[in-house]
Design a protein. Structure first.
Length: 323
């Protein structure tokens, strides 16, 4: 196991070195405005973290993410680490892909799409938050931003139905990049993300740095802003009462498919009521066949479609459903 982690670390260093000529292109130190904003938002993050730390300790997660949560806590407590959190190896392993070859294939598909000029090219430019590593074959952007934009291309397969949406519910929001891009492209009135508590605070930092109004783990949902939740009981109590299912898009890119069954079941009620559902997932995770699970548990299949794609030696799927 130690040899595997050593190999992974060396592999990560090698592929990251492909961007060596652009390594500090998005360093926050190069932007006076963002540098000043970081000081203010870091103070907000520290305050939130201190208030919620006792509550966070009560929230358990499955063993897979224990080390990851511990690493994020360290990042949230250090101003310098937070300003460059996307350079952290643990972050890159879980939520920020760098110089992967299939990102280039995704970029080519975006370039060949009819929406290249109207949507993709103007939203691919990366920002300074987190000091992201530029993609070595397209240094205006990062590999992860290209990847998230590629998912959005498939989310837009809902076509005219997307125009009916005013709320997006995302299960597992990464560091907030997909939320940011969907707010620019789809422009929902309300955006909700459920995630682990430490990740929610990281999302708060990222989105506040980009100027968004953010509501974190409150007992109500605020319209015209981003709402972050990590208490699954709270989200079920308030969301079901407040949301308009026929105006909501439910999204989860790999997060719900990498969650234990008991946690998935908490969100089936929401998933089965929302107008649109978009999932990306691997066919099998641990001992769970995800394709069979979603086919069985998504109840209302007015429109149910999957698209298979290969990644290394694993089968992955996109799933669209209209309730």
């Amino acid at each position: 196991m130690k040899n595997f982690f050593l190999f992974f670390k060396i592999y990560r260093l090698i592929i990251n070195s492909l961007s060596i000529l652009f390594a500090n292109k998005f360093n926050i130190k190069n932007n006076v405005i963002m540098k000043k904003r970081h000081k203010k938002i870091f103070h907000e993050v520290r305050k939130i973290f201190q208030i919620t730390d006792l509550e966070i300790k009560k929230i358990t997660s499955f063993d897979t993410f224990t080390n990851f949560r511990r690493e994020i806590k360290k990042i949230l407590n250090n101003s310098s680490s937070l300003s460059s959190f996307l350079k952290n190896i643990e972050i890159q392993k879980i939520m920020f892909g760098t110089n992967r070859f299939f990102f280039f294939l995704e970029l080519l598909e975006l370039k060949n799409d009819s929406n290249w000029d109207s949507i993709w090219v103007k939203n691919l430019n990366e920002n300074y938050v987190g000091n992201p590593l530029p993609f070595f074959l397209y240094p205006k952007s990062s590999g992860n931003r290209i990847h998230d934009m590629f998912h959005i291309k498939y989310i837009l397969n809902f076509k005219e139905k997307i125009k009916e949406i005013d709320t997006i519910f995302e299960f597992g929001g990464g560091y907030g990049n997909l939320c940011h891009l969907l707010n620019k492209i789809i422009k929902p009135k309300t955006y909700i993300i459920y995630d682990l508590p430490e990740v929610s605070i990281l999302q708060y930092y990222y989105l506040r740095m980009l100027g968004y109004k953010v509501n974190i783990n409150q007992k109500f949902i605020k319209k015209n802003m981003i709402n972050l939740f990590y208490n699954k009981n709270l989200i079920n109590k308030i969301f079901i009462k407040q949301f308009r299912p026929k105006k909501t898009l439910f999204i989860s890119n790999w997060a719900i498919s990498e969650s234990p069954i008991y946690l998935r079941h908490k969100f089936l009620n929401i998933m089965n009521k929302t107008r649109l559902v978009f999932l990306a997932f691997q066919e099998k995770y641990q001992n769970i066949n995800n394709l069979n699970y979603f086919k069985k548990n998504i109840k209302n299949k007015i429109y149910f479609k999957t698209k298979k794609f290969q990644r290394v030696n694993e089968k992955h799927f996109y799933l669209w459903n209209i309730n």
